[in-house]
Design a protein around this ligand. Structure first.
Ligand SMILES: Cc1cc2nc3c(=O)[nH]c(=O)nc-3n(C[C@H](O)[C@H](O)[C@H](O)COP(=O)(O)OP(=O)(O)OC[C@H]3O[C@@H](n4cnc5c(N)ncnc54)[C@H](O)[C@@H]3O)c2cc1C
Length: 397
């Protein structure tokens, strides 16, 4: 495969998509000297983006999937540097609760240890003393991850784009027409929705759940967008038990959701107490899907609150969001070169856990684009069997 090996010293790069992956990719490329234009159809962290909404968890606990532990720890360092005043990053720690099988906790603790970080098992008695607002009745073991917490999602996307512009990059609100003509972008030309053309040496498509519509044949079968409901409940007036610092982020494998995992984030600032089920919902079209939550989902969340946070059993629902996971079959990201267009990169497949990784993904992408580094095979298109359709790639190969 012929590759782009002689990029000019300061290549022109267009990044399509200003979510967690695209925003950080644009910023890192700019910091490394590229001429960067970032475009987005609706804006950084908008209400339909996977990076939209109030908050996202940052944690490095990943079981045996050490590649993500390493990335998350690197990303945490980068978030700290990006947000020295801690307006976006809240290091509350994460409390992990298990019902029976806690091998995920023990394996994660070993992997974190190997990476110089911690996941501490704490006794149930200690956990009950520290968090009297939690009913641990059906919980069998508890771990605490101190270097973890949550990020303000939409606001952090906005801050990354604002930093890009401050540092000399360009941001434009406009849409790449979909599907993309891959042969035209290989020649350096991307057609926009208004019919104009934007030219660049390199294109990075970071279009989250829209990647299937950008590359329908190649990516379409390999990323599924599912509807995920998120609920915010209101704590009683003046009751600090459900806000940080009295409560950390929590992950519950004991309560028996369909996925086995319900998670939440303490109330902070203007947002309520967040509860969500990690089970994948039905498919959603990210552009046209309705964003109202279902009565069933709210009822399940309330039943969970009655079990785990009894004082919130009758708390009012004060806000809700419908977002989407854009999942690959193995839940691994996609970070790879287009197999038939060496100047085109694809980054996505965040699969419900990508937000926190934004800075680490951006750094990786900048190195791939500017240093001609080799992509990690774990994130390859080929592991999914994703290949371009049509004859022109043979002419290029
Ligand atoms: C409910 C929920 C909870 C989650 N919880 C966590 C969590 O706790 N921790 C965590 O780390 N991750 C979490 N995730 C996953 C994480 O949010 C995603 O993996 C991540 O935000 C994906 O970012 P992205 O940049 O790939 O996609 P997006 O944020 O969707 O960005 C893609 C951008 O591309 C733009 N775009 C698309 N098509 C075009 C076009 N043709 N032209 C121009 N622009 C275009 C879109 O407008 C969009 O802004 C969660 C996701 C959801 C839905």
């Amino acid at each position: 495969m012929k590759r782009v090996s002689h990029l000019r010293a300061q290549p022109r790069v267009v990044v399509i998509g200003a979510g967690a992956f695209g925003g950080w990719t644009a910023l890192d490329l700019r910091r490394r000297g590229a001429h960067v234009t970032l475009i987005d159809a609706w804006g950084p962290g908008h209400a339909r983006a996977s990076s939209g909404g109030e908050t996202r968890i940052i944690r490095a606990t990943y079981g045996a999937r050490a590649v993500y532990t390493a990335m998350a720890l690197r990303a945490l360092e980068q978030w700290r540097a990006h947000d020295p005043e801690r307006r976006l990053l809240y290091e509350t720690g994460v409390l992990w609760m298990f019902g029976g099988d806690d091998s995920f906790g023990h394996t994660s603790a070993e992997v974190l240890n190997e990476h110089g970080a911690r996941l501490d098992q704490i006794s149930l008695a200690d956990a009950s003393r520290r968090y009297p607002q939690i009913d641990f009745a059906d919980v069998r073991s508890v771990f605490f991850e101190p270097e973890a917490g949550y990020l303000l999602a939409r606001r952090a996307c906005e801050s990354v784009v604002s930093e890009l512009v401050t540092e000399g990059g360009e941001y434009r609100l406009c849409a790449a027409s979909a599907p993309v003509d891959a042969e035209a972008v290989r020649r350096g030309q991307l057609r926009l929705g208004d019919g104009t053309i934007i030219e660049a040496d390199v294109f990075v498509f970071a279009c989250g759940p829209w990647l299937p519509s950008i590359f329908p044949d190649m990516i379409g079968p390999h990323i599924t967008a599912t509807r995920q409901e998120v609920y915010y409940f209101g704590a009683p007036a003046g009751d600090a038990r459900f806000s940080e610092p009295e409560l950390p982020v929590w992950m519950d494998f004991a309560a028996g959701s369909r996925s086995g995992q319900i998670y939440g984030i303490p109330a902070s600032g203007s947002s309520g107490f967040k509860v969500a089920d990690d089970a994948q919902g039905p498919r959603i079209d990210p552009t046209s899907g309705e964003r109202t939550v279902s009565p069933d989902g709210v009822a399940r969340a309330r039943a969970f609150l009655a079990l785990r946070f009894p004082a919130l059993a009758n708390a009012p629902l004060v806000a809700a969001e419908v977002c989407q996971y854009e999942s690959t079959p193995d839940d691994h990201f996609i970070v790879d070169r287009h197999p038939a267009a060496p100047n085109v990169w694809i980054v996505g497949g965040g699969s419900g856990h990508g937000y926190k990784m934004g800075p680490a993904v951006g750094e990786m992408m900048a190195s791939l684009v500017l240093d001609d580094a080799a992509p990690n095979p774990q994130f390859s298109l080929s592991r999914l069997g994703a290949t371009p359709v049509g004859g022109w790639q043979q002419r290029w190969s």
